[in-house]
Design a protein around this ligand. Sequence first.
Ligand code: NAP
Length: 235
Amino acid sequence: MKTAVVTGGASGIGLGIVERLRADGLNVATLDLNPSAEDDFAYQVDVTKPDEIAEALTDVRTKLGPITVLVNAAGIEKYRRFHNLTFEEWQRIIDVNLHGVFHTVQAVLPDMTAANWGRIVNISSSSTHSGQPFMAAYVAAKSGLNGLTKSLALELGPYGITVNAVPPGFIDTPMLRRSEEKQLLGGTIEEHIQRTPVRRVGRPADIAAACSFLISEDAGYITGQILGVNGGRNT
Ligand code: NAP
């Protein structure tokens, strides 16, 4: 039985991925700021803190064995006019969305190279297709994540490790609902649905299905790819 670690697994897209991978038969541990108390394999970890990651993963290895699947879904966003964006705000967004992935990948690499098999999926963002006003730090971080994905795919392919990114677009999660409440979406979710070719909002399960495939044996020849899951909003 393979063991996966999903960051941001307590909410939204990450939670959908956890449920799907468990249904697929994987052992799954989650790293999150506010882990579910009902989940025996949910660890309280800030992905910007390598010591916290290391401590949690040591426990995961003891209980579930080597970690050969990693999904990076933890993320935060910030809407702020660039004129008013402070360097501290910029830094925190880059820290969580990009540096967090540096830390988790480094932490699991020894397991994957030892197994000569691994799967890494990075959840980036459809905003990287076109840019997004008032989200410069977030789009910069997520674009960095797409670039990291491509470079790691080239470096890690010889070790049997694939690395892909899934940039979601318009997925119904607490993050999206918060943005709607603060009127930051440029319209309601309902209005956006009418502008979405498949005429519905995305679900965490849509992103989870893509991850499930990319993690499967069948996807072993797919690496360095950015697989958009966005209902046709970005092509
Ligand atoms: P969400 O519901 O807010 O889930 C994000 C999770 O990440 C939360 O559980 C959050 O914990 C956790 N997290 C935040 N900072 C963390 C840290 N430093 N260390 C560990 N965990 C941390 O958001 P979501 O919509 O599911 O987003 C999941 C991913 O998809 C994110 O990377 C996001 O950027 C990306 N995404 C989402 C959409 C969309 O339409 N929803 C679109 C594009 C990209 P707390 O809640 O406790 O802060």
